[in-house]
Ligand binder design. Structure first.
Ligand code: NAD
Ligand code: TYD
Length: 336
């Protein structure tokens, strides 16, 4: 199988590329990535020597480029997106462009009949369900996104599914819960806390710190995406989450990180809440489990592996934190 991985230089995309090349040496992977502030060629370092791997810098909105790339592939897996809720709350243009228009544009390319594409997997998020005050959302639950990021992701996946229903494009949608693991940009909660703690800086906690996220280790998520790619049913949606036992509040996560790093609890600092902050996400993953998927990491093992990676790869995150990120951090947190 030849797989086009869009957004393959990001956190989850690069983990998926690495997993695929290792697990299926007979397959080939073509990565297309715009290399926004979140894309990082270091995430793909070492793969360039493989004959079955290729990288192209490009935008999923670029119809003619995507036409050319899709024409030679059996499957497209689209991880490409603007992904940070806090940035979407400041300026949502890029989110609408990539997460809505970009997915529409890819769906259009997949619709054109001049190629033998078997599958288009659109990676979406549990955030499209909006807050789940109790229980867990199944794939049939209503979509009620509450912020410009989740609304854009919902728009993208609904367009992709509409291209299946209207034109027979072979679409599958995956809705993932909050991932953690190596190579996640330090703007996100867990890497921000780990790297701030390593630098003896404060750990910013929005609001009361009792907002719940369902954490999954990125390798577990990627194996789920792979299973859906190879055995999922076209036209379907699959939740892939960490499960009830891995749902944690921000304060639980922060305390666990400080414990692992031997840093004082006094680093925790409550700051102004995020507008429209969803209280809790929770998804039911039994549909993908019925395909044979099982998590290998619980929260503690996942967090320990993640902390160890950031400890061992200081150069990776220090290069990001010392660049334009420093200005972003001042803007978002200085007087919060
Ligand atoms: P990320 O921000 O680390 O990576 C996104 C990648 O997409 C970057 O490499 C970036 O350069 C690329 N990109 C952005 N715009 C592009 C465009 N127009 N054309 C081509 N490439 C573009 O994100 P991530 O955390 O790896 O998330 C990957 C996908 O998984 C996203 O679709 C996200 O919505 C979804 N998701 C993420 C999580 C999570 O916890 N991280 C949870 C559920 C779903
Ligand atoms: P984040 O990593 O931004 O993921 P998402 O908003 O997509 O779930 O945030 C995870 C949780 O942590 C969310 O409840 C917001 C909270 N958070 C903080 O408390 N402080 C921070 O500095 C950040 C970035 C997030």
């Amino acid at each position: 199988m030849k797989i086009l991985v869009a957004g393959g230089a990001g956190f989850i995309g690069s983990a998926f590329v690495r997993y695929t090349l290792e697990a299926y040496p007979a397959d080939s992977v073509l990565v297309v990535d715009k290399l926004t502030y979140a894309g990082n060629m270091e995430n793909l370092a070492g793969l360039e020597r493989l004959p079955n791997y290729e990288f192209v810098r490009g935008d999923i909105c670029d119809r003619s480029l995507m036409q050319e790339l899709v024409a030679n592939c059996d499957a497209v897996v689209n991880f490409a997106a603007e992904t940070h809720v806090d940035r979407a709350l400041v300026e949502a243009d890029a989110f609408i462009r990539t997460d809505v228009y970009g997915v529409y544009s890819l769906a259009e390319v997949c619709k054109s009949a001049s190629h033998s594409l078997k599958l288009f997997v659109q990676i979406s998020t549990d955030e499209v369900y909006g807050p789940q005050y109790e229980g867990a959302a199944t794939e049939e639950s209503p979509i009620r996104p509450t912020n410009p990021y989740s609304a854009s992701k919902a728009g993208g996946e609904l367009l992709a599914l509409s291209y299946h229903r209207s034109f027979g494009v072979p679409v599958i949608v995956v809705r993932g819960s909050n991932n953690m693991g190596p190579r996640q940009h330090p703007e996100k909660f867990i890497p921000l806390l780990i790297t701030n703690a390593l630098e003896d800086k404060e750990l910013p906690i929005y609001g009361d710190g009792l907002y719940v996220r369902e954490w999954i280790y990125v390798d577990d998520f990627v194996r789920g995406v792979d299973l859906v790619l190879r055995q999922g049913k076209v036209g379907e949606v699959y939740n892939i989450g960490g499960g009830l036992e891995n749902q944690k509040t921000q304060l639980e996560v922060a305390n666990a990180i400080l414990e692992l790093l031997g840093k004082p609890k006094s680093l925790i600092k409550h700051v102004a809440d995020r507008p429209g902050h969803d209280r809790r996400y929770s998804i039911d993953s039994s549909k993908v489990q019925a395909l044979g998927w099982k998590r290998q990491y619980g929260f503690d093992a996942a967090l320990e592996a993640t902390v160890n990676w950031y400890r061992a790869n200081e150069g990776w995150w220090r290069r990001i934190k010392s660049g334009e990120f420093a200005e972003y951090y001042r803007r978002m947190y200085e007087r919060r």
